[in-house]
Design a protein around this ligand. Sequence first.
Ligand code: ATP
Ligand code: MG
Length: 373
Amino acid sequence: MHVTHLSLADFRSYTRAEVPLGPGVTAFVGPNGQGKTNLVEAIGYLATLGSHRVATDAPLIRMGAERAVIRAQVRQGERQQLVELELNPGRANRARINRSPQGRSRDVLGIVRTVLFAPEDLALVKGDPGERRRFLDELITARSPRMAGVRSDYERVLKQRNTLLKSAALARRHGGRSMDLSTLDVWDQHLAHAGAELLAQRLDLIAALRPLADKAYEQLAPGGGPVALEYKPSAPGEAHTREDLFAQLTAALADARKQEIERGVTLVGPHRDDLLLKLGQLPAKGYASHGESWSFALALRLASYDLLRAEGNEPVLILDDVFAELDARRRERLAELVAPGEQVLVTAAVDDDVPHVLTGTRFTVSDGTVERV
Ligand SMILES: Nc1ncnc2c1ncn2[C@@H]1O[C@H](COP(=O)(O)OP(=O)(O)OP(=O)(O)O)[C@@H](O)[C@H]1O
Ligand SMILES: [Mg+2]
């Protein structure tokens, strides 16, 4: 798929922006702080309902405005769709498809699909487990938009279960009446149910991603691999099917219960898991060099792109400021790998940072205006 038009209202630095887009490569070039990333961040938001830069929506609303609107005209084969999100911080966001209001914002997921490369990706390798969980879960949702519902069910159950555990922990500390544990049993079932579905999808994703990531790393840094991806569950076991994962989680919750009541928080489940990234025999985190970590992060994004493409609907490739971070050789390799994409959006502060194979449409972004060169 590709985006044929992007409209913004009160998004980030833009009061208004109208940007016509086409298939092939489009580069946004301009000095620092002029609004290049803001444009691609908006497209990424339509695909993930989140920003790759911030955890909350508030910074996305133009300072002084009450709400922001992101609208994109999307083409997939012969099909055209207009997708629109209104961001209302503190309240529910509103979504429309072809101008008709949708029940929930997650109803728009699946229309715009993106794979976004950004300097922030280094955190995939060097950062906390939460970064890697988000990577997995966003990709799961891109493969199967209904997983957004499962993820939000899981989050909701987790929150309620934690509230219950916290009050149990407090009651225990203050020598109060001990809690009726049958309530907790019910929440365990809910947690294990949504958790098993999420886990099954993560394991399936990692199995599909593994060979693609290894191939991508070899293309970016020949002879530097192999790379390995290993799932590190908080609930120990070898289960793979949803039923077995449910049993595994239920057993782990039972084992952890005493400790959970002491600590007042849920200690097992997908929200405590990690994805171990290995380069050769060593974990990448803590061992890999800066350049190796970068190549690993890029390889994970390239693998995501290959996977989504192989599964049918080609995503928009977004390369936000990545070329400036790479040496000449990796720059050329990455450019060659992405150049044939259906739609490739590149941002760069300097024209020379955009590799020659990525010739295409150029826009200059300066002082809030986006102009075709
Ligand atoms: N909510 C907001 N309201 C108003 N302005 C904002 C808001 N959020 C960000 N900005 C402004 O947008 C600008 C940053 O835009 P952006 O990140 O797109 O820059 P860029 O062109 O990608 O720069 P660089 O080359 O440094 O990456 C900053 O000047 C910032 O002050
Ligand atoms: Mg930028």
